[in-house]
Design a protein around this ligand. Sequence first.
Ligand SMILES: Nc1ncnc2c1ncn2[C@@H]1O[C@H](COP(=O)(O)OP(=O)(O)OP(=O)(O)O)[C@@H](O)[C@H]1O
Ligand SMILES: [Mg+2]
Length: 295
Amino acid sequence: MELKISNITKKYGDKIAVDNVNVTLENGVCALLGANGSGKTTLMRMIAGVLGNTKGSISLDGRNIEILDSAYRNVLGYLPQNFGCYKDFKVKDFLLYMCALKGLDGKFAKKRCEEMLLKVGLENVSNKKIGALSGGMKQRLGIAQALLNDPTILILDEPTAGLDPKERIRFRNLICELSKDRIIIYATHIVSDISYIADRVLLMKAGRIVADGSTEELLNIVKGKVWSVDIMRNELESYQNKYSVGAISDSKIKDVNVRIVSDVKPDEKAIEALPDLDDVYLYYFGEVAEVENSN
Ligand SMILES: Nc1ncnc2c1ncn2[C@@H]1O[C@H](COP(=O)(O)OP(=O)(O)OP(=O)(O)O)[C@@H](O)[C@H]1O
Ligand SMILES: [Mg+2]
């Protein structure tokens, strides 16, 4: 399977939200990583076929998705970023309703709903009203509804938002389990989500894809550019003004140890450090990535 995104651009008035994106997705997990406002949701909504583009086209195995229309929607699962659902619906009734919208019928639909509730660990709240669920539970319900039609293309916009660390691990395992023979694309600004499961990472900045590769390939970009240096606290501000400073931790030698991403060695005493994805994020965005359970 091949989902080809060609020259996709989206403008809101004069604002270019997605700027001439070209990317071909194949089976596996592709993470779309970018800071707030970088265009992730806009791109995903176009891929999900719920937002028209200003320019460009998207095709599945050589056929335009607009022409495929319902045949495309039948193979698609989509979890929108602000997944709102009817708070007065019972969990199982909501899923049955979503089945009906997806054209799944009677007995099969009922069985599918039960399977999906088990898969996301909501089987014990199937009779509860959605309004009574926690944020993380609602998010899991969102994942369940995206999976009802056993989609071969799964689009997840910030699927781990609101999940606690245990739920996050469960989600990662679920994605790994699902990733065979499917295209999974998910947006996040949480780097640690990616390290575990993404086969490919697209870094998005100001509407453009600025880096594209496996985790190893992205780490290679910053190889030889990540430094660890011990400094006095009163030097910190000048370092922060001059360099992209990542993690700051206690130092045994001086006041603090700082991690710096820089093309040039920032200090004689700086030691080269092994890069991780946080460094890649810092290199491209000039800011520290969000940590796992901060949203
Ligand atoms: N309906 C809209 N009308 C006008 N501008 C919009 C609209 N939707 C998005 N934008 C703008 O387009 C840009 C990209 O937004 P988008 O929501 O796609 O980013 P994002 O990467 O998903 O951000 P976040 O991490 O906050 O979810 C932003 O500057 C945003 O303000
Ligand atoms: Mg978004």
